[in-house]
Ligand binder design. Sequence first.
Ligand SMILES: Nc1nc2c(ncn2[C@@H]2O[C@H](COP(=O)(O)OP(=O)(O)O)[C@@H](O)[C@H]2O)c(=O)[nH]1
Ligand SMILES: [Mg+2]
Length: 198
Amino acid sequence: MEIKKSEFVISAPRVSMCPKDTKPEYAFIGRSNVGKSSLINMLCNHKGLAKTSSTPGKTLLINHFIINNEWYLVDLPGYGYAKRSKSVQEKLDLMIRSYILQREQLVNVFVLVDIRHEAMKMDREFIDWLGISGIPFAIIFTKADKVAITKASLYAEKWMETLKDTWETLPPYFISSSEKKTGRKEVLDYIEDINKTL
Ligand SMILES: Nc1nc2c(ncn2[C@@H]2O[C@H](COP(=O)(O)OP(=O)(O)O)[C@@H](O)[C@H]2O)c(=O)[nH]1
Ligand SMILES: [Mg+2]
């Protein structure tokens, strides 16, 4: 799929303030600093579209970007950033979960996981919660350029294996690097395939 146009639409503090539009949405979630905003920019070939930062914990809002005037990418705040106060993080978690449960046009959540990290409790809890809530999702392993090219799929497979204790069928997954533009076509094709079914 070609991305011809990508534009920032709105940063909303809660789901009721998201665009009044029924076009399909694809949201990106994961721990702070995992590379959500960088991935959105890489997919869109649009540096600076989503704000990236080397300081974690900057995104506090639900950010909508419209693609080709047809569908949305949504950049969400990270979960589990230890340096935030507990009450701020609890508010963010509530905002994220309300958005995911209430937004009917949300067709898929991408859960981002740093390819270098072993399975983390927080990611796992979030993934299990998506499953219980019946939300379709896929996993994207980020920052693949930080590991040897020969190791990337091995790490990803090992991580996916850990889901097998509770998951009968494993979700789809992708390996990406925003630096090297790895995984761009695969993720965009996946989105395109879903869009075609709607
Ligand atoms: N090497 C490398 N660094 C990345 C990649 N993606 C993001 N980063 C860096 O990781 C940091 C956090 O990225 P950002 O997209 O803001 O993460 P977010 O908090 O999940 O939105 C920034 O310093 C990025 O430059 C990647 O694919 N490769
Ligand atoms: Mg971000």
